[in-house]
Ligand binder design. Structure first.
Ligand SMILES: NC(=O)c1ccc[n+]([C@@H]2O[C@H](COP(=O)([O-])OP(=O)(O)OC[C@H]3O[C@@H](n4cnc5c(N)ncnc54)[C@H](OP(=O)(O)O)[C@@H]3O)[C@@H](O)[C@H]2O)c1
Length: 310
């Protein structure tokens, strides 16, 4: 089969190559992949020198089951699915039932391929925050893959969403997705917030933390700013009275045995029904992966990039 593999000599450290087909374990279905989406994490990670040339990468992929799992778990042959895991940017992917969601016949597989990492991360971070009904929730990096889904899901959950995006052109889009306020930086947010979904880190995290109300929680998802996060002493105890706030980290793959199937199925149904916007800003055949990868690495991409496989 063909796959996108790490190639340190190529533009974006990725190239299309012929590799052996995956051999599914007894609890894995074999999926013929129709479309994949890119995340900053894996594209950035492909450039790491320790990842050998020829490694198949890619977390998000959607397609059709061509061989059901031998042990009877998971969907039957012919079922359309959205999947999460490793080695997904390939014509075939082997995946256990816990890592796939069932997708309806009318779903756009390219659109649902945007959901696994970005959509699941947004959903799970918000769940960890507890009920946000009637509460203010800030989302930093709101124009990004995780950010856009977090804005939409928090608004759906009844939060008053405060979106933070450096890009003024994103304000109308983010309001359309459910944001009540849009700011260029957390420092300009006047009223305190109950929770923060932080995708940026660095000074934005510090300023977002300072906007928390008592007992509020900031969940650190990502570090897009690639800057150190230095909390001054007064942020932790001192005269500004920022006692009793929480900062916690998040890792989608933190529980290896996590079952994502129900959440992937739900997210795909919401997206297909038009209640969740995938925010695809670039969609190309995978033969032109280098353009999408370059846009992502150069930070010219807003929302998600999708590659159609084949
Ligand atoms: N912990 C986990 O399990 C997990 C899961 C998924 C993603 N992540 C991480 O979470 C972060 C967000 O993921 P994503 O897929 O949403 O990434 P993305 O699509 O690249 O979006 C990141 C957003 O961060 C904002 N940003 C602010 N300052 C920035 C800076 N100095 N440089 C670049 N971007 C900046 C940008 O939004 P504005 O222009 O609107 O400000 C950008 O759209 C990444 O660091 C990713 O690796 C972690």
């Amino acid at each position: 089969m063909r796959a996108l593999v790490v190639d340190h000599g190529a533009e974006g450290h990725l190239s299309l190559a012929e590799v052996p087909d995956p051999v599914p374990a007894p609890d894995e279905a074999l999926v013929r992949v129709s479309a994949v989406s890119l995340n900053f994490g894996e594209v950035h990670g492909a450039a790491e020198a320790w990842i050998p040339d020829g490694t198949v990468i890619g977390w998000d992929a959607a397609g059709v089951v061509v061989k059901a799992a031998q042990d009877g778990s998971g969907p039957a042959e012919g079922t359309r699915v959205v999947t999460i895991g490793e080695q997904g940017w390939a014509e075939l992917r082997a995946v256990p039932a816990a890592r796939l969601g069932v997708v309806s016949e009318d779903a756009d597989l390219g659109a649902v391929s945007t959901l696994p990492v970005a959509g699941l991360s947004a959903l799970h971070v918000l769940r960890r925050m507890g009920s946000v009904l009637g509460r203010r929730v800030m989302v930093t990096g709101a124009s990004g893959g995780v950010g856009r889904f977090a804005v939409q899901l928090a608004a759906r959950a009844g939060a008053e969403v405060v979106a933070v995006s450096r890009d003024p052109a994103q304000a109308a889009v983010l309001r359309g997705l459910g944001a009540a306020e849009v700011h260029a930086h957390p420092a300009s947010v006047e009223r305190p917030v109950y929770g923060v979904v932080d995708n940026v880190g660095g000074p934005q995290l510090v300023d977002a933390f300072a906007r928390l109300e008592p007992h509020g929680t900031l969940i650190s998802v990502g570090r897009s700013a690639e800057q150190d996060t230095v909390l001054p002493p007064e942020a932790l105890w001192g005269i500004d009275g920022l006692h009793d706030r929480t900062i916690r980290t998040f890792f989608l793959f933190g529980e290896p045995a996590a079952d994502f199937s129900a959440d992937l199925t739900w997210l795909a149904a919401e997206l297909t029904a038009g209640r969740l916007d995938p925010g695809i800003s670039r969609r190309t055949p995978w033969t032109r992966h280098d353009e999408a990868v370059r846009a992502l690495l150069d930070r010219r991409l807003r929302g998600k990039a999708v590659l159609d496989v084949g």
